[in-house]
Design a protein around this ligand. Sequence first.
Ligand code: UDP
Length: 358
Amino acid sequence: MRIVLISTPIGFLGSGKGGGVELTLNSLVSGLISLGHSVEVVAPKNSKLHESNVNAKLHFVEGEDQISWQHQDFNSHVSIPDNSLLAGMLEKAIDIAKHADVLLNMSYDWLPIWMTLNLEIPIAHIVSMGSESSVISNLISKVYAKYPNNFAFHSKMQANDYPFIKKPTIIGNGFNLDNYIFQDSVKGPLAWVGRVAPEKGLEDAVYVADQLGEKLKVWGFIEDEMYASKIEKLFPQGAIDWMGFLSTDELQKELGKCRGLLNTPKWNEAYGNVIVEALACGVPVVAYKRGGPSEIIMHGQTGYLADPDDKKNMLSYVEIIEKINRQKCREWVEKNASADIFANKVVNWLNEVMHEYK
Ligand code: UDP
């Protein structure tokens, strides 16, 4: 299959601004290539693919980023800036796709979904978020009526945000297991990993660590500085150990030394890459039972699911985290979320999409 992949129009690949989509795109590209497919990626200027993806051709586009939908009002109109990066990426992708079988869109935005109605070449969309915009959800509903196969979701809980999708295609997510090394660090610190932004609920994780008299190690791109400094002021000085944004390789080395990861989503998390990355290193996860995390974590086996927003309940599970067998965490990822398993699911789905156009 010749696949043209459209990246996120928020930040270049490697910047961290695109959140989990950046890693998902990389593992998907390597999974597809290892299955023998050809992949070309259209992405913002300065983007870098993981070194294992040298066989994928990368096309750069310059332009203005889109505003991320999770930071706009649900009822906001679509806004497209002058010199739009997203429009530029679409133009480039459509041009290349003249010689391809399918366009695969990984940006959560209005324009590529609307294009579905106006393109002869198949275009498939990996929806990376829950319903964050009424215009986008309404458009998905309209396009779905004509092209019911063209949307895939990472988890059932995410797809539930789009109730008009009757039988959603769930593709989960995939990870290059060679990039994560198992560590048996039962006595390490507590970790939190993610974009530092309100929908990620960092304050609840700091509360839990602080109650235990511990510093919380925090890795990730600080997307919202005001929010970060607001949290700092809520707790005694030094409660947060800011570790910065690291490459996957550096991150997994540090993360593997931790005895547990706390995951505190305040929104309907579509999947939760950082959970699986922790598990791949042997780190159990305590998360709120909300969105993707509630489908990934096996309660009592690879971590615990706490009642949403109940910090005390989360604390009680962190106190017994050493009961989790770290090897079981790694095994779960090997059996359920490798890059190959993910790529196979995506290929099966793309075949269905292409079939619709014949
Ligand atoms: N991440 C990273 N380096 C860091 C912290 C985070 O590369 O220091 C990446 C992490 O690998 C994950 C992404 O940031 O892929 C966060 O994705 P997630 O699905 O958890 O949430 P999103 O940001 O997409 O809402």
